[in-house]
Design a binder for this molecule. Structure first.
Ligand SMILES: Nc1ncnc2c1ncn2[C@@H]1O[C@H](COP(=O)(O)OP(=O)(O)OP(=O)(O)O)[C@@H](O)[C@H]1O
Length: 578
């Protein structure tokens, strides 16, 4: 339980509503625990005595029951309604915290963790945590109150007739409940952990299945995808049933132990010649009502165990070490010109180096194409400049400042990236371009689209809806060439001094290709540009070509300089020109 304490601060945000909820819960507990037995003990025996009672007395006595249930009902509704509200608010705060943590983590985190599993941690596991924080806090106050109410009624009755006191001994079965509660709780924790992990796997598999509809159809994978899903659902079912087994065994076990106490009460009551209506019924009602909160208190343990299994998964994200730390004393980074320098740079994702001993000086405004065979390290090279990863050795500077010594936000403000398959967000074309500069006016966005040779096609979109056309999830309502031009428009709007272009590998139709080529030529002007050249179609706009092979720089110069001297470049170039 201690592990949940840091999260109680979210409950403080709704402390007054929570306090009202608990107060209503206490009122409910007191009325539910003590009201019914006392009515039975004090009122009903008189009503059903042998003497003829006036009708008014009967009506009064009868009305006591709905009155008790009315008070109890209003208090219970207020309690559960507000507890639910507080619970949702706490979940909301935890979800925002986890989501914002995820957004701060480096790219490597997303390569190690499946997005579906992260989704399940963010949604399912945070909901489980709610149980431990809000429901348990409520139960911990309300259920003992109910217990005190019922036990109070027993004590009150025992004061009226001393034999009743002995019946309190029946409650001695209560401590015996602790042992099964603890044992079942331990089992439940382990089983709940398995369920949460498998829920994550299942969500990951669903996400995969929904994100690649074309590939699944193209390769006729429907049956195998469904069969894998069925297996995972089955595994989850088995794991869930284990949780249900332990969770649901708690109540019967506690019922059995406590009913032994009730049996002892009956034996005692019968033996000592108590009056059934007047003494035994109210007594058993009070006993029953004191066992109910006990069972609920027992469930608190199982709730905490289940929530702890989820807490582990949520804290995996919250406490995940960020290996791309911000500098302690960030250097100012304004009016960037874009001179980039690599000094003895080596880089490895894991153990094996994918870039080795790179020494380069790229003056501001130079357009550099990076070429090399597949896997040579071109994309890795480009990802080091915006500090998506840190170099393993050496350093990279922009305008003489080590990229690790400026705030990541400032560094990335100075860099625009156009990837080969740009991701569009499920918003309008206008908003997708505005991502480049959130404060830009509509006119600025349109101007950027014009520069990117995108304005013409945007205007005709969706029967003239133009910039207000939604692009669909991940931009699926647009063609590859259109998506690329929107990404180029974003880069124009951002107007950053450093540009990284990941040239499209897929063939575009000649009209798109010509428009994109022209847009890129204008975009690179005056910016330090790194073009990851897969198809060499953009190579002619480069001032300088870097040839990488197995992570090493094997040639560096203009096309005219390196074509005669680098066999690898010549080979790559000739193959491309066919
Ligand atoms: N996230 C990653 N984690 C681990 N290894 C990676 C990761 N990304 C790339 N690699 C490895 O790093 C090496 C260089 O990959 P990189 O993507 O930089 O090459 P590339 O020249 O851009 O290739 P291509 O032209 O095929 O895109 C490859 O061996 C690749 O397997």
């Amino acid at each position: 339980m201690k592990r949940f304490f840091p999260y109680y601060k979210y409950l403080l945000e709704v402390k007054w509503l929570f306090a009202i909820a608990v107060a209503a819960g206490i009122a409910y507990g007191a009325v539910a625990g003590a009201g019914l037995p006392l009515v039975m003990r004090e009122v009903l025996p008189g009503v059903f005595s042998h003497d003829q009672r006036p009708l008014a007395d009967l009506i009064f006595a009868a009305l006591l029951l709905p009155a008790i249930y009315l008070v109890q009902g209003v208090a219970q509704f207020t309690n559960t309604y507000l507890i639910n509200y507080c619970g949702f608010r706490v979940v909301e705060s935890i979800q925002v915290k986890v989501f914002s943590r995820v957004q701060k983590l480096p790219l490597s985190f997303f390569h190690k963790n499946k997005s579906g599993d992260l989704l399940s941690r963010l949604t399912v596991d945070t909901q489980q945590m709610r149980m431990a924080i809000v429901d348990v806090s409520n139960d911990i106050v309300v259920q003992p109150m109910k217990l005190i109410g019922a036990v109070g009624a027993l004590v009150y009755m025992s004061m009226q007739k001393s034999e009743f006191f002995v019946l309190l001994v029946c409650l001695a079965t209560v401590p015996a409940c602790v042992f099964p509660i603890r044992a079942i709780g331990k089992k439940l924790f382990r089983k709940a952990k398995v369920v949460q992990a498998q829920t994550g796997d299942l969500t990951a598999s669903v996400t995969d299945g929904l994100q690649a509809p074309m590939e699944i159809r193209a390769y006729n994978m429907q049956d195998s995808v469904v069969s894998r899903f069925r297996q995972q659902v089955n595994r989850l079912l088995v794991a869930r049933m284990k949780v249900v087994k332990y969770d649901k065994s708690m109540t019967p076990v506690i019922d059995f132990i406590t009913v032994c106490g009730a049996a002892a009460a009956i034996v005692y009551a019968g033996h000592s010649g108590m009056e059934f209506k007047k003494d035994v019924v109210p007594l058993l009602t009070a006993l029953y009502l004191s066992y109910d909160p006990l069972k609920r208190l027992g469930k608190i343990h199982t709730k905490i165990q289940r929530a702890t299994a989820s807490l582990d998964r949520v804290e995996y994200v919250l406490h995940h070490e960020n290996d791309l730390q911000e500098p302690d004393k960030p250097q100012p980074f304004a009016d960037v010109k874009g001179a980039v320098q690599l000094e003895q740079v080596s880089f490895a994702y894991d153990k094996e180096c994918v870039l080795r001993d790179l020494n380069l000086s790229i003056p501001a405004g130079q357009v550099v194409a990076i070429v090399g065979p597949s896997g040579a390290g071109k994309s890795s090279f480009a990802s080091l400049i915006p500090r998506f990863y840190d170099v393993t050795q050496g350093r990279i500077t922009v305008d003489g400042v080590d990229v690790r010594e400026v705030e990541k936000h400032d560094l990335r403000e100075a860099i625009a990236i156009v990837t080969q398959s740009p991701v569009l967000f499920n918003e309008t074309v206008m908003e997708n371009i505005r991502i480049g500069k959130p404060e830009a006016s509509d006119e600025d966005v349109i101007e950027a689209a014009q520069k990117a040779h995108a304005h013409e096609f945007i205007e005709t979109l969706d029967g003239g809806l133009g910039y207000e056309t939604p692009v669909g999830e991940r931009g699926t309502l647009l063609s590859g060439g259109q998506r690329q031009r929107i990404a180029i428009a974003r880069a124009f709007l951002k107007d950053a001094p450093v540009l990284i272009l990941d040239e499209a590998t897929s063939a575009l139709d000649s009209e798109s290709e010509a428009a994109i080529q022209q847009a890129l030529e204008e975009l690179v002007e005056g910016r330090t540009t790194f073009i990851i050249a897969h198809r060499f179609s953009t190579i002619k706009i480069a001032d300088r070509i870097l040839v990488l092979n197995h992570g090493r720089l094997v040639a560096d110069g203009s096309h005219e300089e390196i074509y005669p001297t680098s066999a690898l470049y010549r080979d790559l170039y000739d193959r491309q020109s066919g």
